[in-house]
Each structure stands twice: as structure tokens, then as C-alpha cells.
Write a protein that binds this ligand. Structure first.
Ligand SMILES: [Ca+2]
Ligand SMILES: [Ca+2]
Length: 215
């Protein structure tokens, strides 16, 4: 004996949000070793859905020490639920309504000259598990954890607007062997510069004979 089929209503909400790191702004063209550096990462929800539980990650090199990160609302409705610096990363959990944006002001001290003479920094924003991002969603069903893996996954393929990088120039200590060209000397730096050796050449000299004076 069979009962009549019971009817229930099931609501499904499909959430999609194009999350983007719109840029990394650096106020100074170059910095000195020992100086405080600051830069701002801006993350935005281009919508259409609101998100809760997105992740913002900022990665910086070990030469940037004593790092603090101060978030603030850049546009619309957005907030940071939690955020912390650990090793060479800052990770935050964020909520952002459609068209909301957050600024993250990063400050730290350049403790040593980084490889290549620049601090390489990266800012990224990652979707929460229940929201798809049109250019950064791995459809494998696993919860998203790696911004680059989500960014490069099919079907959108390599690249996305969720990750931005910047190279912040740090002035090298001048060396004696390059005393000639213009160099930036940092106030906290001392350098001994050798004078340039004058160019040595050969030429023909001529001596005029003194005229005898007739009387
Ligand atoms: Ca995106
Ligand atoms: Ca992609």
C-alpha cells in the first residue's frame, strides 16, 4: 500500500559575485632600508550577490618586518570579520555587499635589501564556498582555499581579476665601484665612494718657439 506523494517547496538561491582586487597603491616611488613602507590593497565586490565569509590575503616578503594591517570601508557596505598577520601573510575574513569595497593599509619596515631590489607584494580575494566568481571558481566542489587555484581553474581558465601584484623599489646601498652615475643615498645609509679615475689618453703637443726680438 502506498501513501500519496507529499509535496514540499524547496528554495534554491544561486549566488554569484565577481570579486576583484582593484589595485595596490604605493605612495612613494622608492624606499630606503630601515624606512617605514606603506601600501594599500583595495578589494571590491562587483556583484551581483552579497558575500559573507570571503577571504582577503596579502603576501609580502620577509624583508618587510613589523607589519600591521588596518582595514577600512572604501565603498558601500563591507566589513572585516577577523584579520591577522602571520609570518609573511595577512589573512582576513570579509563580508561585502554588492558594490562594497575595503581598503587594507599595510605598514612595515624594510629591514634588508630584498632580492632584485624590490619588495614583491600580492593581494587577493577568494570567494566563499556558497558563491561562484565568474573568473575564479574551481568547479570541483571542494571548498575554496587557494586564490591562485580558483583563479586558474576551468572553465574560466588562467587569470582573473582577484589577484594583483606590486613591486616596491628599495634603494640599493651605493658601492665604490659605481661612484660615477647618479645614485639615491638614503639618510640611514653610509657609503664610501671612490673617486672616478680620469680617462687617460694620448695626443700631440706643440710648443711654440719664442721669437727673437730684433733691435
Ligand atoms: Ca573575480
Ligand atoms: Ca580564471
Amino acid at each position: 500500500m502506498q501513501s500519496n506523494p507529499a509535496t514540499t517547496t524547496l528554495s534554491l538561491a544561486l549566488s554569484e559575485a565577481d570579486l576583484e582586487v582593484t589595485g595596490i597603491s604605493v605612495p612613494q616611488s622608492s624606499y630606503c632600508v630601515g624606512q617605514q613602507v606603506s601600501f594599500t590593497v583595495t578589494a571590491r565586490n562587483n556583484g551581483p550577490s552579497n558575500i559573507t565569509g570571503g577571504s582577503v590575503r596579502i603576501v609580502f616578503p620577509v624583508e618587510l618586518t613589523g607589519v600591521t594591517v588596518t582595514p577600512s570601508v572604501a565603498a558601500g557596505v563591507a566589513s572585516v570579520t577577523s584579520g591577522a598577520v602571520s609570518a609573511s601573510q595577512y589573512n582576513a575574513t570579509v563580508s561585502m555587499n554588492d558594490e562594497g569595497a575595503l581598503n587594507f593599509l599595510v605598514t612595515g619596515t624594510v629591514s634588508a635589501l630584498p632580492a632584485g631590489g624590490a619588495l614583491a607584494v600580492t593581494g587577493s580575494i577568494l570567494r566563499p564556498a556558497d558563491v561562484t566568481d565568474p573568473d575564479a571558481t574551481n568547479p570541483d566542489g571542494a571548498a575554496p582555499t587557494d586564490p591562485q587555484a580558483e583563479c586558474d581553474a576551468a572553465p574560466s581558465g588562467t587569470g582573473c581579476n582577484n589577484i594583483k601584484t606590486a613591486a616596491i623599489t628599495v634603494n640599493a646601498v651605493p658601492t665604490a665601484s659605481v661612484a660615477g652615475p647618479n645614485q639615491t643615498l638614503c639618510a640611514v645609509t653610509t657609503a664610501t665612494l671612490a673617486g672616478n679615475t680620469p680617462t687617460v689618453g694620448t695626443g700631440t703637443g706643440r710648443k711654440s718657439a719664442a721669437r727673437a726680438h730684433r733691435s
